[in-house]
Design a binder for this molecule. Structure first.
Ligand code: GLU
Ligand code: ZN
Length: 271
């Protein structure tokens, strides 16, 4: 059997806070419990928000917590070619189309009552009908109906502690898989990397539970293995309030500056 593998995958668009620390510590603890590997992946494809300085700071914060991960760390910004290859595969299946809509155009044409799991209005499919060429700047959207028509059985995933869950990607509508500005997306990068890195256990925040349906669909379409999932509760306001009172906010950097020790943080978070 393959060695279990866990990953903590922060986006370096700000400093890590207590919620990140909880997720990282949980991944590392679970990896240790089952004799698995613990990896860190820097999800920095969004170059409009992520910086090398923040990525470096993320790793320093994790080291300060005395976490130890396998080297090398995977930086997603260095693997755009792999994400492009995955998009090309979906394109060859006829599942992608160019969308030139601005946010405003979508807001003006969408049905405000139809929303995805994150509360965003569903894309009304304007460009699917229009069939744009790819000359002008565009995003690539997944033709969700076509993609779901390729399924021969309902998609499911194992949510550890809960059991088998039915995934409903259709509820997301025609999601963007390649953003106009960066040419790729979180959804593509995360499924490609989890497969490439042999991740067996995806342990991450509850806020990503619904998006797992998209990930399951992409895994199916791209022929990728399916990890086990565990979406942990998000750290609430109560946790860390005592620590943050001295530090002003809940970033690990400001806690450290205020004299909070890694041991205190571990204790506060239950590790
Ligand atoms: N990079 C994502 C975030 O910081 C997490 C992705 C994941 O764990 O799948 O929210
Ligand atoms: Zn459009």
């Amino acid at each position: 059997m393959l060695t279990p593998a866990f990953r903590f995958a922060p986006s370096p668009n700000g400093r890590l806070h207590l919620g990140h620390a909880y997720s990282a510590l949980l991944n590392a603890a679970e990896a240790e419990r089952v004799g698995g590997r613990f990896l860190v992946r820097i999800e920095d494809i969004d170059t409009t928000r992520c910086t090398p300085e923040l990525a470096k700071a993320c790793l320093e914060d994790l080291a300060w917590l005395s976490l130890a991960w396998e080297e090398p760390v995977r930086f997603q910004s260095r693997h755009l070619v792999e994400y492009r290859a995955a998009l090309a595969k979906l394109d060859a299946l006829g599942l992608l189309y160019a969308c030139t809509c601005t946010r405003r155009e979508i807001a003006e044409t969408a049905d405000p009552a139809r929303r995805d799991a994150e509360g965003q209005v569903l894309y009304p499919g304007t460009c699917r009908e229009a069939g744009h060429s790819r000359d002008a700047p565009h995003a690539l959207r997944l033709d969700m109906q076509r993609a779901c028509a390729l399924l021969n059985a309902p998609l499911t995933f194992t949510e550890l502690g809960e059991g088998e869950v039915i995934a409903d990607p259709a509820a997301w509508g025609d999601v963007i898989l390649a953003r106009r500005d960066i040419g790729t997306s979180y959804h593509i990068a995360v499924v490609v990397d989890d497969a490439l890195q042999g991740i067996s256990h995806v342990v991450r925040g509850r806020d990503l539970f619904a998006a797992t349906a998209i990930h399951r669909l992409l895994q199916h379409l791209l022929g990728l293995p399916v990890p086990l999932y565990r979406h942990h509760a998000l750290i609430g306001d109560e946790t860390g309030r005592k620590l943050s009172k001295t530090a002003g906010d809940r970033s690990l950097a400001s806690l450290r500056e205020a004299g909070v020790t890694p041991e205190e943080i571990r204790r506060e978070l239950g590790f």
